[in-house]
Every structure is written in structure tokens, then in C-alpha cells.
Unconditional design. Structure first.
Length: 615
């Protein structure tokens, strides 16, 4: 089998983990029981070894369609053939919301809408990223895959047959007939498998799962233009939430390449401090205050672990449960997506110094204090120490927002977010009358501002640059007006926006309406190869133009045009990867939370600036 394009996948999940389901009916990625657990299906990273769970028509010349059940994360894959029309409903019941068997992990319902179709079923897990062997026990319509400490149980209404280290089945359904396959995860010492649910039980589970998602989405307060895309982004973000802790993973996958055949392949199954401000802003703006509060609880637990300024800098990412040991490892036995090696688990960037995270953290606290709940004194004692640390260390070179692996530099964005950390600290202290070293924080904040204007702005090119002494552009500077560092119509800001909008071949960062985060040729990052345009940065450009467009109608028209052009780069389900390649293909880990957060923010502010009423 050939690798599917990344954009041909949909995602389902149970707020603890997620699975990628291809348009061909194959589940090619699933980690159990959490996002960052070892995989049991990883065919997307090695078609031969990775393991998959595929259900597809046995006939050739089948056309495919895939869509979500309205306002839900229940995925429907439809197969169209001259002899019939069949569908698979894929979903993962959310724990605690269903009266059906709480052990059900993944449900695949097959039905034939018209005619008669034969389906071939193949379930071939490969535990621990295809490193661990397992035993297989098959009895009638139950298959049990026993790993060293985990067990998968596949139960069906049809007999299952051994096929190498997995099982397979061939079933024929006529018009109106349906059947169900249930995959359960269990500890190795659990009791015997439970029977497959009958048609009534499966229908109840299906309806309850749809009901859960539709009830959740009903809390969305966004009523503006592009409502469908905003709601799909909200549903995608909810899928990437680890419900027990409130953490939000950057993506549910690892090592999907930023360039086919390249080495820019990273593990994104963790929670970044950097995402904090964007997450809080996006969720609260569209009504999901409970999710924002849960994420704030997770953040609070992390910053509270720093008991004094002498503890050193914050770690920039953690596992969903707060685990900090994210040692990076290369899996040399896997070939990678379309031969894009290496496949990595863990992330060495967790030990980097990235000063910008303090600005994003303090901005998130400021936003939550403004739109959510007031910050109390106990939390403030920890936050105050962090701001003091920034005041002492803001001049240190670091690896920057893009986590470069070419050495530390004086990145402008890092300085910018140090300014934000001090500014939000001052605002919080003033608003809540909290004790702080006002004089020192104010002097340091102003010193950072002056330094950025002096060292971070290229007087010859008339643009802000990536790092001091470097003429390269960086799309992260588009956030300057978004964090209120400077006015969106300041001549320096407008000149920077125009420079970024210039095509890459002419020294800018644009490719049509899409934006590269930086040009590795202008600003080497210590890695070989190139990458695609960065979807998040494209939405940042929309926001920068939107804010400038409040006094410039032409820029506002440009913002709307670019935003609607970007909507066209989503996949058939409204999902985005991290990047978009030169031929419009999705690149990088998928789906990516940051992109959907940026979409929500851009849609909210553009709609408000346009007047809040659809044209």
C-alpha cells in the first residue's frame, strides 16, 4: 500500500488520545492510552511495519468521501461503487458521558446504504512503535493481542481469522444491513473480553457520542462569518485536549515531515507554554470558558513548581500529565512518512532556553484575569518571581520561538515577549493592586522597547529582523501589534508587514497568500533542507492586516481576501497541518492546534472589524 497524503486523514478521539483515519478506511495512527503513549498503529510512519486497522470495500474502482457528522467529531467515510454505497462511522466514546460499555475505546460501524458490498477487514497492531512483539489469541469473533503490559481486544459480530501477526475478515452486507467492530484497550491482567455490542447497543453508543459533541459545541458563542470553520477548529482543539489534566497537545502525531524526505521531523504530542496565551484568548473569545479554566489550572500547576527565582528558567514544554522528562530518541527501524527520516519520539527542545514563553505565559494570565477569574495572591507570588527572573535575564541569547538547533542568538521575538512579560506583570499588579517591584519592572520594560527599536530594526531595509545584527525577516514579528507592543499603523510596522508580504524570491516571506516563518537561506537554523509555508503565520498576517485595516480600508480588504484564501487550504474536513507545501499539500504534524487557534483569533477579529454582520 502507498502512503496517503497527510491531508487525506480525519481525526477522532476520546479526550485522552486520538486516531488518524484515512479516506481509504485505514486507521494509520493511534497511541494508547494517551497522546504521548507508544503507538499501536503507526502505518503513517512505516507502511510495512507500523501496523494499521483497515476496513475497506473489496471491490476496485471505489470512490471515497469523508465528512464529520454535523457538529460532532464522529467521522463518516463513504465508499461509492456501481454495485453499492457503503459507510463507516468511526468514533471514540468519551469516558463518563456514555451509558454504554465504558471500556469501549474505538468503534467502527459499517453499513450499506444501497446495493450490496463486500468489505475486507484487517487489524494488525504493532506495539511500542513496532518495537515490541505480541501474542495473538483468536476465538470465533474475538481477537486478543497481548503485549508485555497492555492488551488490545477486537470484538466483532463476524468470525475473525489469523493473518500473520493480525486478524482479518471478509463480510458482505446488503442494503440496510450493518455491523460493528469494537477495539478495546486494557491492562494485561484484565478479565476476558466482553461480547460485541448488538445493533441496538451500538446505535445507542453512536447517538450518545454525537449528543456529547453537539451539546459541547452548543456553548460556542461565535455567530459571525465563517462560523462553520470556527466551529470545526473548536472541535479539533477539543479533540487535542487531555481531559484529566486540561492540557492541550500541539498535535496528536510525531515526525510527520515539514519537507518530504527531510530531517525536520518532530514530536508534537506535548503541551507548550507558548500555546498558553493563544489558547486562552481563542477559547474565551468563543465562549469556552470552562476549557480555558482547565488549561489555566494546568499552567498554574507548572509555574507553581518553580519555588524561587533561583530555580532557573521554566521548561517550555511538558507531557500532558506534567511530566518534564521528554528525552528525544530516534527510531531508526522506522522509515518515516514517505522515507522522511528520522522518526523521533520525545523532544530535545524541552531543554532549550526560550525566553518568549514568559511573555506568552503572563499574557495568558492577564487575559484570564480579564475575561475569566481574578488572579489570587498565592498564584501571584509565583508569577512575581517569574517576572523578576525575566528582569534579570532578558538579555540572554536563546534558541527562540522556532526552537532552532543552530545555536543561541539575540532573537527579536524573544525580546518582544520579555517586554510582554514585564508589561503584563505591571498591568496585573496595577489592576489587582498586587505588590511588585514596579520601578524596576517599568525601567526594564522600557529598556527592552528601546533596544528592540534600536537593534531589532534594519534602517536600510525598513523592517524588523529576526535577530540582532541579522537582516533576515521573521513572521513572528507580525505579533507586535497583536500584543500591543506598537500601533498596527506605525510606519515601522506597516513596512515590516509589506516586506513579509513580498514574495520569497524577492526577499520577502510570501508565496501567494501563504507565509513562510523565515527563510533558512537568509537565517540558517542549523538544519538541512527547506520547509513549507507556516499556516499559523499566514493567519498572523491576516490579523496584522485586520488591525491596520481599521484605518486603511485597502488593508482590511486584503485581510479578508487572504483569510478566505487560507480557508481554501484546509483539507476536506476543515483540518490543517502545521505547514502547506509548494503544491498545496499538508506538511508537518496533523492536525496542529496552533493553526486552529490562529484561525479562530483571525476570524473573530476580522469579523468584528468588518462590522460583525455577514455581507
Amino acid at each position: 500500500m502507498a502512503y496517503q497524503p497527510i491531508e487525506h486523514y480525519g481525526v477522532i478521539g476520546n479526550l485522552r488520545t486520538a486516531a488518524l483515519v484515512g479516506m481509504d478506511g485505514s486507521i494509520d495512527w493511534l497511541c494508547l492510552p494517551r497522546f504521548d503513549s507508544p503507538s499501536v498503529f503507526a502505518a503513517i510512519l512505516d507502511d510495512a511495519k507500523g501496523g494499521r486497522f483497515r476496513i475497506a470495500p473489496a471491490e476496485h474502482d471505489v470512490r471515497h468521501k469523508q465528512f464529520y457528522w454535523p457538529n460532532s467529531n464522529v467521522l463518516v467515510t463513504r465508499f461509492l461503487h456501481p454495485d453499492g454505497v457503503g459507510e463507516i462511522d468511526d468514533y471514540m466514546p468519551v469516558k463518563g458521558t456514555s451509558s454504554s460499555d465504558p471500556a469501549d475505546l474505538l468503534v467502527r460501524r459499517i453499513r450499506v446504504v444501497r446495493g450490496r458490498m463486500k468489505f475486507h477487514v484487517e487489524c494488525r497492531p504493532a506495539f511500542d512503535y513496532a518495537r515490541a512483539k505480541h501474542s495473538l489469541h483468536v476465538k470465533g469473533n474475538v481477537a486478543r493481542f497481548d503485549g508485555s503490559d497492555v492488551r488490545l481486544e477486537l470484538v466483532a459480530a463476524h468470525p475473525l481469522h489469523r493473518a500473520d501477526h493480525g486478524v482479518q475478515a471478509d463480510i458482505v452486507l446488503g442494503e440496510g444491513e450493518r455491523t460493528t467492530f469494537v477495539l478495546r484497550f486494557a491492562k494485561g491482567d484484565d478479565s476476558e473480553a466482553r461480547p460485541c455490542p448488538n445493533s441496538g447497543e451500538a446505535e445507542q453508543s453512536f447517538r450518545e457520542t454525537i449528543g456529547y459533541w453537539q451539546r459541547w459545541l452548543s456553548h460556542c458563542t461565535y455567530r459571525g462569518r465563517w462560523r462553520e470553520m470556527v466551529q470545526r477548529s473548536a472541535l479539533a482543539l477539543k479533540l487535542l485536549t487531555h481531559e484529566p489534566t486540561g492540557a492541550l497537545v500541539a498535535a496528536p502525531t510525531t515526525s510527520l515531515p515539514e519537507h518530504l524526505g527531510g530531517v525536520r521531523n518532530w514530536d508534537y504530542r506535548y503541551c507548550w507554554f507558548r500555546d498558553a496565551a493563544f489558547t486562552l484568548y481563542a477559547l474565551m473569545r468563543i465562549g469556552f470558558t470552562e476549557e480555558a479554566a482547565r488549561f489555566m489550572d494546568w499552567l498554574s500547576a507548572r509555574w507553581s513548581e518553580k519555588r524561587s527565582a533561583g530555580d532557573g528558567p521554566l521548561q517550555l514544554m511538558y507531557a500532558v500529565d506534567g511530566r518534564s522528562d521528554l528525552v528525544e530518541e530516534e527510531l531508526s527501524h522506522l522509515e518515516g512518512y514517505r522515507s522522511s527520516r528520522p522518526v523521533r519520539i520525545g523532544n530535545a527542545a524541552h531543554s532549550q532556553l526560550q525566553l518568549d514563553i514568559y511573555g506568552e505565559l503572563m499574557d495568558s494570565v492577564y487575559l484570564f484575569n480579564k475575561y475569566g477569574s481574578p488572579i489570587g495572591y498565592d498564584a501571584w507570588t509565583h508569577l512575581r518571581r517569574l517576572v523578576d527572573w525575566v528582569a534579570d535575564n532578558w538579555q540572554q541569547p536563546d534558541e527562540g520561538v522556532w526552537e532552532v538547533r543552530g545555536g543561541r542568538r539575540d532573537f527579536v521575538y524573544s525580546r518582544l515577549m520579555c517586554w510582554v512579560a514585564l508589561d503584563r506583570g505591571l498591568r496585573l499588579a496595577g489592576k489587582r493592586s498586587l505588590p511588585a517591584d514596579y520601578g524596576r519592572w517599568l525601567r526594564t520594560r522600557d529598556a527592552i522597547y528601546e533596544e528592540i527599536m534600536h537593534k531589532g530594526y534594519d534602517q536600510k531595509r525598513h523592517t524588523f529582523v529576526q535577530a540582532y545584527g541579522d537582516g533576515g525577516l521573521d513572521a513572528s514579528n507580525l505579533l507586535m501589534p497583536l500584543v500591543f507592543f506598537m500601533a498596527p499603523n506605525d510606519p515601522r510596522m506597516l513596512a515590516t508587514v509589506d516586506a513579509i508580504r513580498t514574495p520569497l524570491v524577492q526577499g520577502g516571506l510570501a508565496a501567494g497568500g501563504l507565509v513562510y516563518r523565515y527563510d533558512p537561506q537568509q537565517a540558517p537554523d542549523g538544519l538541512r533542507g527547506t520547509e513549507g509555508t507556516f499556516n499559523m503565520c499566514s493567519f498572523w498576517l491576516v490579523e496584522a492586516l485586520t488591525r491596520a485595516g481599521r484605518t486603511d480600508p485597502q488593508r482590511l480588504d486584503d485581510a479578508r481576501l487572504l483569510f478566505e484564501e487560507m480557508l481554501g487550504y484546509a483539507n476536506h474536513l476543515g483540518l490543517y497541518g502545521e505547514q502547506t507545501g509548494s503544491s498545496g499539500e499538508a506538511l508537518g504534524n496533523f492536525p496542529q492546534a496552533f493553526t486552529h487557534l490562529a484561525l479562530i483569533s483571525a476570524a473573530f477579529n476580522l469579523d468584528r472589524t468588518l462590522g460583525g454582520k455577514p455581507c
